[in-house]
Design a protein around this ligand. Sequence first.
Ligand SMILES: C[S@@+](CC[C@H](N)C(=O)[O-])C[C@H]1O[C@@H](n2cnc3c(N)ncnc32)[C@H](O)[C@@H]1O
Length: 293
Amino acid sequence: MADEYLIPSDEQMFDAYEAGHLVALVLDSDRANPLFRAPIGDNPRHILDLGTGKGTWAIDVADMFPQATVRGVDLFPPPVSFTAPNCVFEVDNSLEEWTWHEQFDLVHMRILIGSFDPKEWDHIYKQIYDNLQPGGWIEQLEASPYIECDDGSVPEDSVLKTWGPNMITYTIRKAGFVEMHQKTYKWPIGAWARERRYREAGTVNLQHWLDGMEGWCMWLLTKFGSPKPWTREEVIFYVAKMRAELKNPRYHIYQRARRVWARKPFYYEVLKTPDSMPDTDRTPEVQSPEEGN
Ligand SMILES: C[S@@+](CC[C@H](N)C(=O)[O-])C[C@H]1O[C@@H](n2cnc3c(N)ncnc32)[C@H](O)[C@@H]1O
C-alpha cells in the first residue's frame, strides 16, 4: 500500500496535518503534557513517531525531552529546515524491516487511518512490539472519518452524511500489549460549541477538514469510487459541496477520536503465563475510559 500511499504530500496537506496537531493539543490543553498520555517517566531515551507527516509532534516532544532522541519517520521528508539536534527525521517505509538498534521507550502514531490494510497493521504492531524495550509504551490517536451530530441540526440528505466509512480496527492487543487504556474525544468541526476550548478546537478542525479533504479522498474515489471510479472533476465537485456544508454554522457536527496507549510487558510478565505468552485476555479492554465531550 505504501507505494501508492493515498494522500499527497504537498503544502496543503502539511497545513492539514498542522491543524490536526493543534486540534489534538487544544482538546488536551488542560493537561501538563498534551502531546501524549503514556506514562513514560521523565527520562525517556528513545522515542519514535511513525508516519510523522509535518513532524510537529516529534519536534515538540524533542523540545520537551532534550535528553532523548526523537525520531520521526515518514515516506516523505517533512518540510523542516531546522530542528533541535535531538530530533531526527528519516525517510523510510515503516512496512519494511526496521534497522534501528535502540529499543524505544515510546512509539507514537497519529492519524494513520487508511495508511495500512489490516494485515499491514498487524505487521506494524508486531514491529513496534519487537522494537520497544520491555515496559515501553505504544500510543496511537485516530480520528474517525464519520461526521456526527447529536441534535438533528444536519438534515438526513446532507452530503456530510455520505463522508465516511473505513473505521480503523485496533489490533494492538493481538500483538501482545498489556495495560491498555483509552480516551475518547469528540472533535467538533466548526465553531459551534458553547465551551471555549471546544469552540477553538472546532475552528481549527474545520480548517483541518477544508485543507485535508481533497487529499484524503482524491485517490480513494478516483480508484474505488462507487458505483464506478469517479473522475477528478467529480471529486472536486463533491469536495466543494462538502466544504460548503461543513461551513454551515447551523450544523453542530463533530467526529469521534480515540487515543489508545498500552505497554509492552516486562519479561517476568511474559514468563508468568504457562505458554510464555502474555495472557492479554485477562487485561480488561479498557481500563479507564473517560468520555470526552
Ligand atoms: C495523515 S498523515 C498524519 C501525519 C502525522 N502523524 C500527524 O498526525 O500530523 C499520515 C502520514 O503517514 C505517512 N505514511 C503512510 N504510510 C507510511 C509508511 N508505510 N511508512 C512511513 N510513513 C507512512 C504518510 O506519508 C503521512 O505523512
